[in-house]
Design a protein around this ligand. Structure first.
Ligand code: B12
Length: 291
């Protein structure tokens, strides 16, 4: 598909990888409340950041946008993603009548729920297989000690990057219908019950140490140490790590009646990957820079 090649050509120099899918493939598997309201055969592209996005896009972006980042106080990684995706929105995709709509992984609906479940989108696009509790038999789950009622979050494994990647968003090509787009299944990189269990168990119970990322035996690229250190740092200390002044949060403006919890709120969100966990907001939504 020419248009997918054009989008790939614009994003790949920055460490992003693209994989096309049809809206109906996604809508067929998710609950109605998560469905996307575009025509069924509309072409969309799932975008992930590969491990080298940090060096190819993020660090150069921070260097060239220091003043803007210092003034905005926004999360640097979210700003970088917006900046890179802007290239697609502004590009001439040679598709008259087609309009791009970008849905970032951190975008939420007014209800607070994510606008798009990027793991399900990535799975149907063939980019990375989404492993869920149902991929481990109840027998195995019982042996491991997962209680029946315990919620086990699913996680995607990529054939080259294992868990060393993040979903950055979905680009919807509104007005472009491709009913016969060939469907490529995601590679099943966790072949044994033990691998599937370890991957999900580590993702759910030990995600801070990043071991889940190395479970797929096919991993060939990982985050650099600098990137690991960046994501290990609490979100509100990352500006300092980048040599940027600390962002002025709304709490700086509040008076001394701020509660003790205010500190916590500032820590919400983790740009990607390694340690600091993003938390669902009080409204049930997610904060920016979740990876
Ligand atoms: C909210 C959220 C959280 C919450 C809740 C987690 C959750 N999964 O619900 C919290 C704050 C706990 C969290 C934590 C983390 N998160 Co989080 N989180 C999200 C977020 C924003 C939304 C997830 C969500 O609400 N899902 C709703 C539930 C209902 O969806 P679901 O369980 O997948 O159910 C659907 C599927 O089952 C589907 N379905 C049904 N049948 C079938 C069949 C098939 C075959 C398929 C494919 C699908 C399918 O339909 C269901 C919906 O109807 C996503 C980004 C996004 N926009 O999707 C990141 C995301 C899942 N998080 C991610 C990560 C990495 C983390 C952390 C490691 C923190 C970090 N440092 O970034 C931790 C680790 C988790 C843990 N142990 O706590 C990554 C996971 C990457 C990956 N490899 O899969 C994501 C995708 C963000 C990203 N940008 O890459 N997270």
């Amino acid at each position: 598909m020419d248009v997918v090649n054009t989008i790939t050509a614009l994003l790949s120099p920055f460490g992003y990888e693209c994989s096309p899918f049809l809206i109906k493939w996604y809508n067929e598997i998710v609950n109605q409340r998560f469905q996307l309201s575009f025509e069924a055969n509309t072409l969309a592209v799932s975008v992930i950041s590969a491990p080298d996005m940090f060096e190819k896009a993020f660090l150069p972006f921070v260097q060239s946008s220091r003043d803007i980042l210092a003034a905005s106080g926004q999360d640097p990684l979210d700003e970088c993603t917006r900046h890179c995706f802007q290239r697609i929105v502004q590009a001439d995709l040679h598709c008259p009548g087609v309009e791009c709509e970008v849905i970032f992984d951190f975008d939420t609906l007014p209800s607070g729920q994510p606008r798009c479940l990027v793991q399900s989108a990535g799975h149907v696009s063939g980019q990375a297989r989404y492993y869920q509790r149902a991929d481990v038999t109840e027998d195995e789950a019982g042996q491991i000690g997962w209680a029946k009622e315990k919620r086990i979050y699913g996680a995607c494994a990529h054939s080259k990057y294992g868990g060393w990647f993040a979903f950055r968003g979905v680009i919807v090509l509104k007005g472009l219908q491709v009913p016969h787009l060939p469907r490529v299944p995601p590679a099943d990189v966790l072949q044994t019950a033990d691998e599937r269990f370890r991957f999900l168990d580590l993702f759910n119970h030990h995600w801070q140490d990043g071991r889940f990322r190395d479970v797929p035996p096919t991993v060939i690229a990982r985050y650099s140490q600098q990137q690991i250190d960046y994501f290990k740092t609490a979100p509100r200390e990352r500006h300092q790590l980048l040599g940027l002044p600390a962002p002025r949060s709304k709490y700086d403006l509040s008076d001394s009646s701020s509660s003790d919890n205010d500190d916590e709120k500032e820590d919400d969100g983790s740009a990607d990957g390694s340690t600091a966990a993003p938390r669902a907001s009080k409204q049930g939504g997610v904060t920016a820079a979740h990876g």
